[in-house]
Design a protein around this ligand. Structure first.
Ligand code: ZN
Length: 522
């Protein structure tokens, strides 16, 4: 039986009972600990050669989905088998090495084993992390683990067995690393770097981004989004952010000011943006250009805009310019702006120039090379001053409510940026900077429950810190892991963080569905 704990996309942590032992997943099983599960009579690759025959010969297990020898599959096939793996815990048998195991776990493997690590040893391969070294080329074992102890190769009694044990430890460490990374919501950053070691793994990640159903991916995360690779542009959180922000964006002025991003987030607390605002009264729409993000000011406290990092060199690749300018164009078109004031230089300016001829609005460049020089600022002032004062913080909260829940709510915005709060007579909502979302209190919780938005209906039991999937009667299908949700039964209601998707809450019998933040009596 599998017990779900935490999800991060396709990957998850949990516990599984194997022959009376409880194993924390994702886990590596050692050959001698593998229970008598059915491995079928053909590897998973047969499925792509003769599907009918594979249906007859494939493994048949009640409690676990066994996929075998996945390293033999093409990248596209690999992604395909995980997409169709179903709801049982997934055991990727005879498939894992330190080089590919993070991707297997990212794609949804709960269990792997050390079969390939051992096979490598008996083929004379010593694993140094993901790097494979022929043991015959070594004088000493370059490792001080309990098995190697830095011994001279010729002094080792049973070399293959020793290397097999060492290789197993290398793999175990990698699996443990992934478990940790899921808990920290960092697995994607890690996988993007790991797949670079092998173009086949990179292809698999790209197919996964392009082809799979991403309904179990969170919209909000506590980890920083590292945009270090081309694959970063295609992350679920980037695509979601663009589509959702575009949908929710409600500009108010006929003019839009384009500004460059800053290393410090949120942008408004950076020295550059603060200095500009101290010199120029900005009461028009603003859009911040970054790579790969394009962020209307109203969305800067939302994930991933609030917590990302990107390599800054001043050099923009053609791919970056066309990706970023494409989204910038969509936001400008949505705003139906008649004037675009581009207070940008260098690569940022190239982004604007790329679309200048394609948009209706007049484009004015106000910056010299230094956007903070007196001359640049004077030109900006001339273009932008004289607009009526706008309550920016109110607009930020409104856009966050719309983005996160699709609602609007009356109230007064208080607090020192970015720690904004929405109040009526009491606190209604506050900015949660860790997750880049809003946290909500009683009145908005009631509103969401009435509208059945992000709501979870649970049985009439006493609610403590955790709501288990077995206690969930119904849940909004829109719910993703890490979403702020509202729950209720006939006695109480409250606010919590989803640990799985809404569909999983309804379908699963076991595991953590919601972590409770606060509760109220009906
Ligand atoms: Zn060792």
């Amino acid at each position: 039986m599998f017990y779900h704990e935490k999800r991060d996309g396709f990957a998850r942590t949990g516990k599984i009972e194997i022959d009376g032992r409880t194993v924390a997943t994702p886990a590596m099983l050692e050959v001698e600990d593998i229970p008598d599960w059915d491995f079928g009579l053909a590897p998973t690759s047969l499925k792509f050669l003769n599907e009918e025959l594979f249906e007859v010969l494939k493994p048949q297990n009640e409690e676990v989905e066994v996929l075998t020898s996945l390293h033999l599959l093409s990248p596209r096939q690999l992604v395909d088998v995980f997409e169709r793996a179903g709801k049982k815990p997934v055991y990727a048998a005879s498939s894992a090495l330190p080089s590919n195991v993070s991707l297997l776990i990212y794609l949804g493997a709960d269990l792997v084993d050390n079969v390939l690590a051992i096979a490598k040893a008996y083929n004379g391969v010593f694993l140094m992390g993901e790097i494979e070294v022929q043991v015959e080329k070594l004088q000493r074992l370059p490792c001080n683990c309990i098995h190697c102890q830095g011994k001279f190769v010729e002094e080792v009694d049973n070399l293959s067995k020793t290397v097999a044990r060492h290789n197993t430890e290398m793999l175990r460490m990698e699996v443990e690393k992934c478990r940790r990374l899921i808990l920290d919501e960092e697995l994607r950053n890690y996988v993007e770097s790991k797949v670079k070691l092998d173009p086949e793994l990179t292809s698999a990640l790209r197919f996964s981004d392009a082809l799979r159903d991403h309904s179990t991916f969170p919209r909000f995360k506590k980890s920083r989004c590292n945009f270090s690779a081309l694959e970063s542009f295609n992350r679920f959180e980037v695509r979601y952010f663009f589509n959702r922000a575009l949908e929710c964006y409600q500009p108010f002025s006929d003019t839009v000011l384009l500004l460059p991003c800053t290393a410090r987030k949120p942008y408004l607390i950076s020295r550059t943006h603060r200095y500009l605002r101290s010199r120029v009264k900005i009461n028009v729409n603003e859009i911040i250009i970054s790579s790969p993000l394009v962020v209307p000011r109203e969305f800067e406290l939302l994930y991933p805009a609030v917590n990302y990092d990107t390599p800054v060199t001043g050099y923009w690749s053609d791919e970056e310019i066309s990706f970023v300018s494409g989204w910038l164009k969509k936001f400008i078109e949505k705003g139906k702006f008649s004037k675009v004031i581009a207070h940008v230089a260098g690569g940022y300016r190239k982004v604007v120039e790329r679309i200048e001829g394609e948009i209706q609005a007049e484009v004015v460049y106000t910056a010299e090379d230094d956007i903070l020089s007196d001359k640049s600022i004077d030109r900006l002032k001339k273009e932008i001053e004289g607009y009526e004062r706008v309550d920016l913080y109110r607009r930020i909260i409104d856009h966050m409510l719309s983005y996160q829940f699709g609602i609007s709510f009356e109230g007064e915005v208080k607090g020192r940026y970015p720690e904004l709060e929405l109040h009526d007579k009491k606190r209604l909502a506050r900015v949660d900077r860790i997750y880049g979302m809003l946290d909500i209190y009683e009145d908005i919780a009631v509103h969401l429950l009435e509208k059945k938005i992000y709501s979870v209906e649970i049985g009439d039991f006493d609610v403590k810190g955790t709501i288990f999937a077995g206690g969930v009667i119904n849940a909004d299908e829109k719910i993703r892991p890490n979403d702020l949700v509202v729950f209720c039964n006939s006695k109480i209601f409250g606010v919590g963080i989803a640990a799985m998707s809404g569909r999983e809450m309804v379908e699963s019998e076991r595991g953590i569905a919601v972590k409770v933040k606060r509760k109220f009596l009906m």
